[in-house]
Design a protein around this ligand. Structure first.
Ligand code: PLP
Length: 395
């Protein structure tokens, strides 16, 4: 049986070769240092686990969550949290939607708005979901290159006027995966103005908004005046609270956008387990006591990785946010795939070729600060030593 054309349209997994090489190395007894996967390696904090256990023992949490948008206490906790964190007013009744992680919301907002032929402005490089879902809905993804010379921010003036006018949706993601870039408030203001001028919906992916360093705090696009008219923003507890497997997050923004997302979701899923929503409340309420624990761990690793790479000849700035380091390939390698293959084969260091994230990701590899196994800093230092000894770097 042939799978649907929409599934056939998705290109083969570009990371396959590296994954196969890794599997072969493990089979032959070498465990590479895996800087590939971006998945928190520390446990969910106890206070969230305890809240879950307690909630799971309450039979009231066991049926479907018939509220549709999420239980009132969770929506209220979100409204309180975003007021405290970003200084923004969100009406828990209609401007918030509980989500099964942010990936689900990012996918379903496309289904809510995009018809065949619609144009969606998508950053390149980017998290693959934006483009894949656009394609599944028959839409056309128009790439917005994220270039080093523009601090990995899209240049709205470079988008042809006709394309901007015709576009229905635009994805943004800051702090950014894979580049680690952040967006200054002026950029967010410019984006909201661009959306007003061109009557399009901004979908702002804020999955990494809490993972930031050196005192830097990332912004919500909803801090910009008038943003609710043109924006919906997706948040996640995955990275902030080491909860990727729990699948919990939220969408917030303009009432009509939240309503459209909610209608889509109600025809696909049946919401987040209510006990998990209660556990999420415990997380949001203890945010201030918790968040520096997670930030300081990644900051220490970031420093070790960036300083180590710079000792090998790179001239990297330390990223202000996310748990990724976006590393230009040395000039003696032609493609990011070539360099990633050499890193893995000769130095046993797994990094992801930037081309996986789009054509404009070519020329870079992404190294993640999430590392399985004990002694994370030790593994980073080992990776640097191994690159020094085994990989030819010409500058
Ligand atoms: C940019 C970006 N957005 C969203 C997500 C989805 O995260 P979750 O569905 O766990 O909230 C990820 C996951 O890696 C991501 O990298």
């Amino acid at each position: 049986m042939q799978v649907a054309q929409r599934l056939q349209r998705i290109p083969p997994y570009p990371f396959r070769e590296i994954a196969m090489l890794k599997a072969k190395m493990i089979e032959e007894g070498t465990e590479p240092i895996d800087l590939g996967i971006g998945d928190p390696d520390m446990p969910t904090p106890d206070f969230i686990i305890e809240a879950l256990c307690q909630a799971a023992h309450d039979p009231d949490t066991h049926p479907y969550d018939e509220s549709g948008f999420g239980i009132p206490e969770y929506k209220q906790a979100i409204a309180d949290f975003v007021q405290h964190r970003f200084g923004i007013d969100i009406d828990p009744d209609g401007e918030v939607q509980s989500c099964i992680g942010s990936k689900e919301a990012l996918a379903h907002i496309v289904w809510a708005y995009i018809d065949p032929g619609d144009i969606v402005l998508v950053p390149d490089p980017a998290y693959s979901v934006y483009k894949v879902q656009t394609s599944w809905c028959g839409g056309a993804a128009f790439p917005m290159p994220l270039l080093a010379e523009n601090d990995f921010l899209p240049d709205f003036d470079a988008i042809p006027k006709g394309v901007a006018k015709a576009a229905k949706m635009m994805f943004l993601n800051y702090p950014n995966n894979p580049t680690g870039a952040v967006a200054p408030p002026e950029f967010l203001q410019e984006a909201v103005k661009f959306a007003h001028d061109n009557e399009l919906l901004i979908v702002n992916d804020a999955a990494y908004v809490e993972i930031s360093f050196d005192g830097y705090r990332a912004h919500s696009i909803l801090e910009v005046e008038g943003a609710k008219d043109v924006a919906i923003e997706m948040h996640s507890l995955s990275k902030t609270f080491n909860m990727t497997g729990w699948r919990v997050g939220w969408a917030m923004g303009g009432r009509q956008y939240v309503e459209a997302l909610s209608k889509t979701k109600s025809n696909v899923d049946s919401g987040t387990f209510m006990a998990i929503q209660r556990a999420a409340i415990a997380g949001l309420q203890r945010y201030d006591q918790w968040v520096d624990t997670v930030r300081s761990q990644y900051q220490e690793r970031r420093d070790a990785l960036v300083e180590g790479l710079n000792s090998l000849g790179w001239k990297l700035q330390k990223p202000k946010a996310t748990f990724y380091v976006w590393v230009p390939i040395p000039p003696n390698y032609e493609t990011s795939g070539d360099f990633a293959t050499v890193l893995l084969r000769d130095a046993q260091v797994l990094a992801i070729p930037g081309s996986v994230y789009g054509a404009y990701g070519e020329g870079f590899v992404r190294m993640s600060l999430t590392i399985k196994g004990p002694d994370k800093l030790g593994q980073i230092r080992q990776a640097i030593d191994s690159i020094r000894q085994n990989v030819k770097l010409e500058w």
